[in-house]
Design a protein around this ligand. Structure first.
Ligand SMILES: Nc1ncnc2c1ncn2[C@@H]1O[C@H](COP(=O)(O)OP(=O)(O)OP(=O)(O)O)[C@@H](O)[C@H]1O
Ligand SMILES: [Mg+2]
Length: 244
């Protein structure tokens, strides 16, 4: 196994987020937390799985997971969040459900895996909440409120790397709707929003990346699956000191 150098995080899954912030735990060697973000049909799930396989070939233990719905309780929250009428709940209720899902995801799955040294690849994380429920919804929830919710649920923990896949929403939505055709449960609550919403959300992801350039890397997703995979492994290899 390639060495994982110098990476430590402090948390205790049984402590409150306030205590997490204080870093009361001893230093624990940890796996890496990589998140995939971007609009609908940008290729997040496809690329996450390809990266997972590539890491396995490098003998790096990893799991793939997703938000919402990475846990048993989360899959119930996912159904509430991503199916049905787009106006069935307001933005505040929606954000609270996303953060409930995120907290359960972290405490029950992500943190225990990282603690064991397992890398975790997550299909969406907190940037999606900002892009969809802040930028997509015309900033109706104050940004400070979203930051407070992040602190309550996540503390000072954040991804080691966030890959933001960027594409014209028209192309992404075409891919997503084509994928949904044969599915019995249609996860298209957000896809069914107007194109303008998706453009605002795309702009939101770009602004997030501009604010946190060390954590976030934006990649052009308008290319073949294999070409984008090569971009991603190039990035991951460089970032974490792995051979390509
Ligand atoms: N680079 C690509 N070129 C063409 N088609 C692609 C590409 N990447 C993925 N696809 C196809 O587009 C569809 C959406 O891809 P995928 O599910 O990986 O995207 P996603 O970002 O996870 O979408 P969603 O937001 O709906 O979960 C799939 O049918 C996939 O096979
Ligand atoms: Mg997906």
């Amino acid at each position: 196994m390639e060495s994982i150098k110098g990476k430590f995080i402090t948390f205790d899954q049984n402590e409150t987020s306030r205590q997490l912030d204080l870093g009361l735990e001893a230093l624990i060697p940890a796996g890496r937390f990589i998140t995939f973000e971007g609009g609908e049909g940008t290729g997040k799930s496809t690329q996450l799985n390809l990266l997972s396989e590539w890491l396995k070939q490098k003998h790096i233990n990893n799991i793939t997971t997703k938000e919402p719905g990475g846990t048993e309780i989360g899959s119930e929250l996912r159904r509430l969040l991503v199916t049905g009428d787009k106006n069935k709940m307001d933005a505040v209720a929606e954000v609270l459900l996303y953060y409930a899902d995120r907290r359960i995801h972290l405490t029950n799955k992500v943190w225990p895996a990282l603690k064991k040294g397992t890398w975790v690849l997550s299909d969406r994380f907190a940037d999606s909440t900002v892009a969809y429920q802040y930028y997509g919804y015309d900033k109706r929830i104050p940004f400070e409120t979203l930051k407070d919710m992040y602190t309550i649920a996540v503390g000072n923990f954040k991804p080691d790397l966030t890959v933001i896949l960027d594409i014209d929403p028209k192309i992404g939505l075409q891919r997503s709707f084509a994928k949904a055709v044969g599915m019995t449960v249609k996860e298209t609550r957000f896809e069914s929003r107007e194109l303008d919403f998706h453009h605002k959300m795309r702009q939101g992801f770009l602004e997030i990346a501009a604010r946190e350039p060390e954590r976030c890397v934006v990649l052009n997703a308008d290319k073949s699956i294999e070409a984008l995979h090569q971009d991603i492994i190039g990035l991951v290899a460089e970032r974490f000191g792995l051979n390509k």
